[in-house]
Write a protein that binds this ligand. Structure first.
Ligand SMILES: Cc1cc2nc3c(=O)[nH]c(=O)nc-3n(C[C@H](O)[C@H](O)[C@H](O)COP(=O)(O)OP(=O)(O)OC[C@H]3O[C@@H](n4cnc5c(N)ncnc54)[C@H](O)[C@@H]3O)c2cc1C
Length: 391
């Protein structure tokens, strides 16, 4: 594993750092996180920030220039991610577009789809959501019931999705639907691009415990889309979907790790200076610091493999398991250090409350921790599958 960055890459990191330090609005953390802005204002703030990133050339760093990217490599992308997290830059509103849809279209999309959608993802002209989970199909995605049948020269969609993050603000959805009821469950599914303004789509919000709205139920009644909106071959959606999940799991969430870790370090510094850190808290901080280092080296190992053209495959589950669990440890220690102040109306308390809720969901979405452990056991370590008991 070669983890030395070249002189050019070190310079690139410095350039990114300098640009971020001079370009982030001074009040952005308060503006975007506390007090929580009303949704339209927060959205406008984040869209504006992402356009500035794009204009400065720090968006789509490793995507081809032909589709609006920067045409650089995964190392530069990694460096931008690290620097964004280090300074706690705002996260993208369009994570699903950037982290799932873009890579999928670049690998299996038609030329027309790439030329149309990829630049729009980068300029945040389109915001995407992901319509995979259904009321009885989450971990067991092969059980989805939403149907797509041929009709009116295109496809007619009927069914229901749930936990659809950003559906209330998305312009497009990457949708998994059953196209062949007679095929085995893992066959007979197809992926589609579904514009969210198509007649027949109803989005109903689900409020979080903390009062925010992030995900939704999406009901589809005779929604008609063109065949040109299909991604990949008919009935081959499972393979493409597994690719999507691979991207989502491998996505190191590096910016988030960096950001959460920086927030925790700042809090710990403050607690040390006012003498409120206990020995037990120091031990936990030491454990987290060590695990973050381990995770960083895992990230670098995978980065090295990607640079050599290798695919990460099932091993992406290792990363997913690690990052989601470390984020929860960071959140828990943050709450412990804040103690009774966690209820305070201060920006730092508000941020840790938010981090805590975000981290809770991270061991569930993109495949729960139990599912990651099954994948690691069976497909990475080659352990035998448990025998299925007769019902
Ligand atoms: C914050 C958040 C955002 C999300 N955003 C989206 C989104 O944008 N689009 C989307 O499509 N979905 C989204 N989801 C849904 C998510 O993908 C599902 O919640 C997840 O796949 C689990 O499915 P489920 O909720 O149906 O739980 P289930 O699959 O019913 O699982 C319930 C429990 O059983 C365990 N379990 C299930 N099967 C096994 C097994 N074989 N072995 C061992 N344990 C098992 C699970 O680990 C879990 O603990 C989101 C979820 C969260 C929390």
């Amino acid at each position: 594993m070669n983890i030395c960055f070249s002189e050019g890459q070190k310079q690139y990191r410095q350039d990114v750092r300098r640009w971020l330090e001079t370009s982030l609005p001074g009040n952005w953390i308060e503006a975007a996180h506390w007090p929580l802005l009303p949704e339209p204002e927060e959205r406008a703030f984040l869209v504006n920030w992402e356009r500035r990133l794009y204009d400065a050339g720090y968006s789509g760093v490793a995507w081809p220039k032909a589709y609006g990217g920067q045409g650089l490599g995964p190392v530069e992308e990694f460096l931008v991610n690290e620097e964004m997290g280090r300074i706690s830059a705002p996260e993208s509103l369009n994570t699903i577009g950037r982290e799932l849809v873009g890579p999928i279209l670049l690998s299996v999309g038609t030329e027309e789809q790439k030329r149309h959608y990829i630049p729009r993802i980068l300029r945040i002209d389109d915001i995407w959501c992901q319509g995979f989970s259904e009321p009885n199909a989450g971990s067991d995605l092969a059980s989805i019931k939403t149907r797509a049948v041929r009709g009116n020269g295109g496809w007619i969609l009927n069914g229901q999705k749930i936990w659809t993050s950003y559906a209330h603000m998305a312009s497009h959805c990457i949708l998994l639907a059953r196209t062949n009821a007679d095929a085995k469950p893992h066959r007979g599914m197809t992926l589609f691009i579904m514009p969210m303004n198509t007649p027949g789509i109803e989005v109903r919000g689900i409020r979080h415990l903390n009062g925010q709205r992030h995900f939704n139920e999406v009901f589809l009644t005779d929604v008609r889309i063109e065949d040109g909106m299909r991604i990949g071959e008919i009935d081959a959606g499972w393979q493409v979907a597994v690719g999507v999940l691979g991207f989502e799991r491998a996505t190191t969430r590096l910016y988030r790790q960096q950001r959460f870790a920086e927030e925790l370090r700042a809090l710990i510094r403050q607690a040390r200076s006012n003498g409120s850190m206990t020995g037990a808290m120091e031990d936990k901080m030491g454990e987290i610091a060590a695990e973050l280092e381990v995770l960083r080296y895992h990230n670098l190992k995978f980065l090295g493999r990607i640079c050599q053209g290798a695919k990460i495959g099932d091993e992406s589950s290792l990363l997913k398991l690690l990052w989601s669990q470390i984020h929860q440890k960071i959140a828990r220690l943050g709450l412990e250090v804040l103690g009774p102040d966690i209820d305070a109306d201060s920006p730092v308390a508000a941020r840790f409350r938010k981090i805590y809720f975000i981290a809770r969901g991270e061991t569930i979405y993109a495949g729960s921790s139990q599912i990651q452990r099954n994948i690691i056991a069976e497909r990475v370590l080659g352990l035998p599958r448990p025998e299925r008991r007769p019902a």
